[in-house]
Design a binder for this molecule. Structure first.
Ligand code: GLN
Length: 191
């Protein structure tokens, strides 16, 4: 299996390293041709406006949309925003997932925080909660049509959603040693 990591801006090297830890063949993606032969793609956290503008400048928007209609894509944080159909601002989006996001939803004072979340769809996700890191994170404020909610904070706000092979998480699994979310995505890419 070959997994790409979109390497325009943000923490792509952390995702790349996790894939290497898991012995997955990984490739950095910067040009449309880099997508060929991949089974899945990770879009990292960073700054979603910058990622979108660079993707437009490198003629990647349409190739990424085409790729996402057939293959698995996982967006973390800024990557989740880029996957959405609506970020309530004027910025380039892939519009692949039927989700709406609120950028920087946690405000200045608590714009970064960490929390343990129960993840019922992990085999041991209740006994061993998932330690999630949020950095100037978005909230998924609406999940429509074919998308579904995967995970919420204790107060009910949505922080992960899935639509077929497309996955969006508000938090940063690449910044923890826990590889369960990467394993979950690899299963999607394999399916
Ligand atoms: N605040 C960033 C944005 O709106 C996302 C932050 C992140 O990816 N950690 O694009």
């Amino acid at each position: 299996m070959d997994i790409g990591v979109l390497a325009l801006q943000g923490d792509f090297s952390e995702h790349f390293q996790v894939l290497q830890t898991l012995s997955v063949s990984a490739r950095l993606v910067r040009l449309p041709g880099d997508l060929s032969g991949l089974d899945g793609l990770i879009i990292p956290g960073g700054e979603s406006t910058t990622i979108g503008k660079l993707a437009a400048a490198y003629d990647l928007i349409e190739p990424l949309r085409q790729f996402g209609r057939e293959h698995a894509i996982w967006g973390t944080c800024a990557g989740a925003i880029f996957l959405s159909k609506d970020a309530r601002r004027d910025q380039p989006l892939l519009e692949l997932m039927d989700i709406r996001v609120e950028r920087n939803a946690f405000g200045r004072q608590v714009d970064s925080f960490e929390i343990n979340l129960d993840v019922p769809f992990f085999k041991d996700g209740i006994e061993h909660p998932y330690h999630a890191i949020f950095i100037r994170a978005p909230i998924i404020s609406a999940v429509d049509r074919d998308a579904r909610t995967l995970l919420t904070l204790p107060d009910g706000r949505i922080v992960a959603a899935q639509q077929g092979k497309l996955l969006a998480t508000s938090f940063h699994p690449e910044l923890t040693p826990d590889t369960r979310f990467h394993a979950y995505f690899l299963d999607l890419a394999r399916s």
